[in-house]
Design a protein around this ligand. Structure first.
Ligand code: NAD
Ligand code: LMR
Length: 325
């Protein structure tokens, strides 16, 4: 039997990621084939004409699950009564930029969107921030939405997680499905810490299958730099893979997973990460709630890498606390 429809807002609807994401969401890939959807697409006024074209294409797909689609440049309209917010809309970085360079440009966007979510969204809305710098933008939106529970906010690390899984699988010569328990800790930045310390390949410790030298000098830098490498190759930032990661992140959040996945959420103090910082942890998901996997051993090497990411996030937080006033 069909469920009642849910409302999903996607910001940056005329952008690259959205051009892949919108169609996957509307086809039922994210929330299931029994879940009708009403889509609200948000853009800046200058991009509304392009967005109208995207909407026409969406209509031409004749997706049975898509009950309605609306386009707007007003966040208060886009976020009215929504159950899911996919906050993609933001400036992307270009060649030579670090994600932190986007902080000032994009912080204003997430301040406005946080406030609109606070007033307009369903009280149980689930919010995923994709626009960079994703962790700190999620922190901003969360702070600007005091009527919502901080647990309703997350930032996307699923693309980093998938990159790490793929690289390890390729190195060991197995299918990606053989890899479990990869963790990407920290910030979605060049200081993230993709860790194989607890990873298993076909049930065997990954650390027994690869050299530590490869982990430190090839694997970690490759995952950290993958976004920049794609920008260099494509001249634009990753889009289809980012959309795929959004679908996986939200599907698991809505439907649950016992598998360990990497998600950036407000720290509860686990692993000595300062409470409130939006930091990526290993999580499992049940009944729509993230649980940080407890009790993983953190060796000296891992702790030093985790700390670098923590410090970077603390710096970003301090910059925006000034901006937030
Ligand atoms: P894009 O430039 O193609 O699209 C972004 C769209 O957002 C544009 O159409 C723009 O008009 C719109 N936009 C800007 N401000 C807006 C606002 N206030 N309200 C609504 N829409 C607004 O960029 P993209 O390639 O789709 O990337 C979007 C963001 O996602 C970038 O910040 C990028 O760096 C980030 N990203 C994150 C990840 C991740 O893993 N977290 C991965 C890839 C890209
Ligand atoms: C990515 O990781 O591909 C995105 O965050 C885009 C970027 O700026 O690297």
């Amino acid at each position: 039997m069909m469920k009642p429809p849910v409302r999903v807002a996607i910001t940056g609807g005329a952008g690259q990621i959205a051009y892949s994401l919108i169609f996957r969401v509307a086809s039922g890939e994210m929330l299931g084939q029994d879940q009708p959807i009403i889509l609200n697409l948000l853009e800046v006024p200058q991009a509304l004409t392009t967005l109208k074209g995207v909407m026409m294409e969406l209509q031409d797909c004749a997706y049975p699950l898509l009950q309605d689609v609306a386009i707007t440049d007003d966040p208060n309209v886009a976020f009215a009564e929504i159950d899911y917010a996919l906050l993609v809309g933001a400036a992307p970085r270009g060649p030579g930029m670090e994600r932190a360079d986007l902080l000032k440009i994009n912080s204003e966007v997430f301040k406005i969107h946080g406030k609109a979510l606070n007033e307009q969204a369903n009280r149980k809305v689930k919010v995923l921030v994709v626009g960079n710098p994703a962790n700190t933008n999620a922190f901003i939106a969360m702070k600007c939405a005091p009527k919502l529970d901080p647990k309703q906010f997350s930032a996307m690390m699923r693309l980093d997680h998938a990159r790490a899984v793929n690289l390890l699988a390729a190195k060991v010569g197995v299918n990606v499905s053989a890899v479990e328990n990869i963790v990407v800790w920290g910030n979605h930045s060049a200081n993230q810490y993709p860790s194989i310390a607890h990873a298993l390949v076909n049930g065997k410790a990954a650390s027994s299958l690869v050299e530590q030298n490869w982990v430190e000098n090839e694997f970690i830098p490759a995952v950290q730099q993958r976004g920049a490498t794609i920008i260099k190759a494509r001249g634009k930032s990753s889009a289809a893979s980012a959309a795929s990661a959004v679908v996986a992140h939200m599907r698991d959040w809505a439907m649950g997973t016992e598998k360990l996945v990497s998600v950036a959420i407000a720290s509860d103090g686990s692993y000595d990460i300062p409470p409130g910082l939006v930091y990526s942890f290993p999580v499992t998901i049940k009944n729509g709630e993230f649980s940080i996997v407890q009790g993983l051993d953190i060796d000296k090497f891992s702790r030093s890498r985790m700390l670098v990411s923590q410090k970077e996030l603390e710096q970003e937080r301090d910059i925006i606390l000034d901006l937030l006033g």
